[in-house]
Design a protein around this ligand. Structure first.
Ligand code: WTA
Length: 635
């Protein structure tokens, strides 16, 4: 039996028991047998959830790109590492072999070195889904620079906040991006952001949409000529297992975004191991994850996990609706995709368009389907199973987080019997717990509670960049000796987990995490606004949509409400990005508050969800009359 490749349910249980009974020797064996280290570790694991300090493979030396690229050259040099499928189906796809990837990553790494980027420097990457995105990520890792990829749908303001939070020295971007029928001028967004980013010395610009852009002398450089002049050889920097590999920002329920810091050794081992098993990747398979590399799913399961296994991974530049809603299936057929990993929101959007668009394409290559990012509803699950997988491809509903680095609760394809809406069983090495509101662990099955993890796993984020206290407060302070996920979950009669959703003020809209506080802060900047509260409400396609309750400084009809709604959404688009726009805005004379002045969101959530029959305990409410008025005018 191989611990590295699990094929049956009994094997899963056996390996799981081993991983939990003796985590250190278990992970030591996986790390030793399946990865390339320049030097072995002194100690497999050190941890303390109180401080909190966690180290894996301390003292070990490696470079993750030697694991993702160099070690495959002898046996897989001519194998395709990345298939780039462009936005426009008439433009040909690009197949990048492992050897070509080696050369392109080295060239890029040498360009970064020439720009003065050194080990430990932060590099901001703000690029569309073009090969340069994956290559620049790997180039940073090659020289030990810490990449901070910012999703190219974020606004100038959001970009500037992220650049400044980790004082990035350089920004890698493109002239623009294609998204369906639209083009977006990324460079001008970068220019706007950089008016207020003192740490940035230079900007590298890839050409994608071939428009004229403003190039600032002495700061901005076209990327291609620099790459052309660079050598395709280069040594990988020797990194410590606990050196930071990247920072990735995620929304918190309050305050500015949290820069989650992932380190090198443990992240590599865990993402590679989960990729291999969850998707049951085999040597000749073509794997496609539709996420953007701007999110954790893209980091772990487009770039690092697949490449570490020598896989062929598809990078798709476009959107599911262009040129029509059959695009995903066209791409699956075109590249003979074997494993397909996407988000429930995409499945719901495609299901609405009817099955003809699916049936038009030959999907017989598909072996495994995956979902990630939010709970999948039963209807979407069955639509995916019936029409895409034809009931032959198991659906792996993978629960995890930016903070966890890799997949945590999931079926293992073909081994774990699936159950609609259930993420099923903890992955190898993962020890979940459900806690009640008093912090007591709930034992047994058929129970629900707050989802925590009791024991460290190799790819847990080690800190929040520049704010270790916030890391402790957010994840390790709610319950003693536990990592708190912020999610609620239930455990069924056989021990399967179903994630029920966030229990904090994070709302997941189309699979994107949005904290309510930053959106409220933005709305409150509008000169006419006195106060606001945002809640989520169920939405057919997005899963959740945002409902805003806004009180104005001057009440009455003195301002046109439709104009105000437009202005508020405009402000949100500028400050955060279009993904955070509100679907509904209700103007109210006040917000329901407790005597201590806290907004009672529970009530607002019920009203937004049109579930007003039972508002629950309202005895602590300071202003019950406000609730009546809000209910009367609910949208
Ligand atoms: C939610 C994405 C239900 C959850 C990898 C989590 C899910 C948050 C699932 C993290 C799933 C993710 N079922 N809910 N399979 N996967 N979530 O950081 O609320 O973008 O806490 O990481 O998404 O989102 P993030």
């Amino acid at each position: 039996m191989s611990n590295y490749h699990i094929k049956h349910l009994e094997e899963y249980y056996q390996v799981y028991r081993k991983s939990v009974n003796n985590p250190e020797s278990f992970w030591e064996e996986i790390a030793e047998e399946h990865f390339l280290w320049r030097k072995k570790w002194n100690q497999v694991l050190k941890w303390d959830f109180d401080t909190p300090e966690i180290t894996w493979f301390e003292g070990a030396k490696l470079n993750i790109t030697e694991n993702c690229i160099d070690r495959h050259l002898a046996t897989r040099g001519d194998k395709t590492a990345i298939i780039f499928e462009p936005n426009n189906p008439d433009e040909s796809a690009e197949h990048i072999t492992y050897r070509q990837l080696y050369e392109r990553v080295n060239k890029f790494a040498n360009v970064l070195r020439d720009q003065g980027i050194k080990k430990g420097d932060r590099v901001c990457i703000y690029l569309p889904m073009i090969p340069e995105l994956a290559i620049s990520v790997l180039a940073c890792a090659r020289i030990g620079a810490i990449h901070s990829v910012v999703f190219a749908g974020f606004s100038a303001n959001a970009l500037a906040t992220r650049i400044n939070d980790s004082s990035c020295k350089i920004v890698i971007t493109s002239d623009g991006s294609f998204r369906g029928a639209k083009t977006i001028d990324l460079k001008s967004i970068v220019d706007e952001a950089l008016t207020d980013c003192p740490s940035v010395d230079s900007v590298l610009v890839a050409k994608r949409i071939q428009t004229d852009v403003n190039m600032k002398d002495g700061r901005d450089y076209w990327l291609q000529p620099l790459l052309d002049a660079a050598s395709e050889e280069g040594k990988a920097e020797v990194m410590d297992a606990e050196d930071p590999l990247f920072i990735l920002y995620t929304s918190g329920s309050t305050g500015k975004p949290k820069g989650m810091v992932h380190t090198t050794g443990g992240y590599m081992v865990y993402t590679a191991y989960t990729f291999k098993n969850v998707f049951q990747y085999r040597e000749e398979d073509v794997y496609w994850c539709t996420a953007d590399i701007g999110w954790i799913t893209g980091h772990s399961y487009i770039v690092y996990g697949p490449l570490c296994n020598g896989a062929t991974t598809v990078m798709f530049e476009g959107v599911p609706s262009y040129p029509d809603f059959g695009r995903f299936w066209e791409v699956v057929a075109k590249h003979n995709v074997n494993q397909f990993y996407t988000a429930p929101t995409a499945i719901r959007a495609l299901a609405k368009e009817g099955v003809e668009l699916v049936e038009k394409h030959d999907l017989s290559s598909l072996k495994v389907l995956g979902t990630v990012g939010e709970p999948i509803n039963e209807e979407a699950w069955h639509w995916y199973d019936d029409n895409v997988g034809k009931r032959k491809a198991p659906i792996v509903d993978t629960w995890w987080q930016t903070e966890t680095g890799g997949i945590m609760i999931t079926p293992i394809a073909f081994a774990t019997p699936t159950k609609p809406t259930y993420a099923t069983l903890p992955f190898i090495g993962i020890q979940p717990a459900l806690l009640d509101e008093n912090g007591t662990e709930i034992q047994g099955n058929q129970v629900d509670g707050r989802l925590c993890i009791k024991f460290p796993w190799p790819s847990i984020a080690r800190t929040i960049w520049g704010n270790h206290q916030r890391y402790k407060d957010t994840y390790f302070s709610a319950y003693k000796n536990m990592y708190f996920t912020g999610d609620g979950a239930l455990r069924d009669e056989v021990g399967y987990y179903r994630i029920t959703g966030r229990v904090d003020d994070v709302i997941i809209v189309s699979g994107h995490n949005l904290g309510t506080a930053p959106i409220e802060d933005t709305i409150n900047e509008h000169p006419a606004v006195a106060e606001s509260a945002i809640v989520g409400f169920p939405h057919d396609i997005k899963g959740n949509a945002l409902y805003g309750y806004v009180t104005l400084k001057e009440t009455g009809e003195s301002r046109n409400h439709d104009n105000l709604r437009t202005e508020i959404n405009q402000l949100i688009t500028e400050q955060i990005g279009p993904i955070a726009k509100l679907d509904k805005i209700q103007f109210t004379d006040g917000l329901p508050k407790t005597r201590s002045g806290k907004i009672m969101r529970r009530i607002l959530r019920k009203i937004a969800s049109n579930d007003m029959s039972n508002l629950g305990d309202t005895s602590t409410l300071l202003n019950p009359e406000v609730v009546e008025a809000i209910m009367d005018n609910a949208l």
